[in-house]
Design a protein around this ligand. Structure first.
Ligand SMILES: [Zn+2]
Length: 126
């Protein structure tokens, strides 16, 4: 998780904390599935410690041998956060560190809830 604030009016993202992967995450060189265990407690801790100015703004992970561009799995994770939870934020940052194994290249991606639509389809239809 990355924590602090997003100021849409100033097009500014402040980050003061990046936490490690939750213990229920699934990690391999090809895939990272971020868990959720303990994340709410960590958010509460940082919010209280900062007097309410630090909150969840997004997630981060590495792409060990590829570009720092969101994969299909990454986009599904963004849809999950922005559309498929009880309390959804207006926007979420995804920091991807590409080519992390050789020459790390940081890239921030900002996703807005209004940019995501959940489309249901039945099997067998185009
Ligand atoms: Zn990714």
């Amino acid at each position: 998780m990355v924590l602090r604030e997003i100021d849409d009016s100033l097009a500014l993202i402040n980050i003061d904390t990046a936490t490690g992967a939750p213990p229920d995450s699934v990690k391999s060189p090809e895939r990272f599935i971020c868990g959720t265990e303990g994340t709410e407690r960590k958010c509460q801790y940082h919010a209280e410690k900062s007097g309410g100015s630090t909150r969840f703004v997004g997630v981060w992970h590495t792409h060990p041998v590829s570009m720092p561009e969101p994969s299909a799995v990454d986009l599904q994770a963004m849809a999950q956060i922005l559309r498929l939870q009880a309390k959804t934020p207006r926007h979420v940052v995804m920091l991807i560190i590409g080519h992390a194994a050789t020459s790390p290249n940081w890239r921030f991606h900002l996703f807005r809830r209004s940019e995501f639509q959940i489309v249901e389809y039945a099997d067998g239809q185009a």
